[in-house]
Design a binder for this molecule. Sequence first.
Ligand code: 13P
Length: 264
Amino acid sequence: MNRKPIFAANWKMNKGPSETEDFVKSFLSKLQGSNFNSEIVIAPPFVSLAKLADLLHTATAVQNAHAIQIAAQNCSQYDAGAYTGEVSVLMLREFFVHYVILGHSERRAIFGETDEIINAKIKKAREANLKPIFCIGETLAEREAGNLESVLRTQITGGLKDISEKDLAEIVIAYEPVWAIGTGVTATSEQAQDAHAFVRSVIAELYGADAAAKIRVQYGGSVKPGNAAELMACPDIDGALIGGAALEPQSFLDIIKNGTPSAE
Ligand code: 13P
């Protein structure tokens, strides 16, 4: 199955508009002339979406600028109205947003997002034709208690409840073991591959073998230029969701370069 790898920079709460501009200008100049067989996505904070969209759409001279897709880091499960501090999917569409990260462990742990809320957000995103990057992953305590598979199964079935096969085809799953996020401790390629194969097997149970073979499953958690090649060589890993190492243009580019098998 030929799945195009997807490398997404999750900047989290870093880089306002001016730092976004510095990054993108540098990244585009480094990218010039390269031809990657991977999709490249940048997820800035909401306040930097307009700047990112502007930079990518005016950079006509730079090859590949249009190939970079924009992601939001969150969206509301509601349409509009009295939801102070929230951002709707239709608002995101105005900034040429294609993807939206949902279910990130930081949203689950710090902001109390449940599988039910994440499911509502995935549905809302699909109504606006946004593509969810649906994050799942276990804590260290859950892994050590032998609950890896049950945790992942619960997150997958809860998050994808009543999602059609047609909508599933527009979803990317990101497996991010919580203990590997921002810690410098990466899952070994064997641990990551095992978890990814399990995720795919759950999708096969829910949607059939064909859907499972097609869905892209990214790995996230301390991905760096030095470990990208080994992780991406695993048969069930289709790219990466990168935090810290995607804050610097050269490092993000090196991850894409090292992790894309046929990079030129
Ligand atoms: P780090 O790459 O900083 O570990 O973060 C991973 C992550 O949470 C991406 O969403």
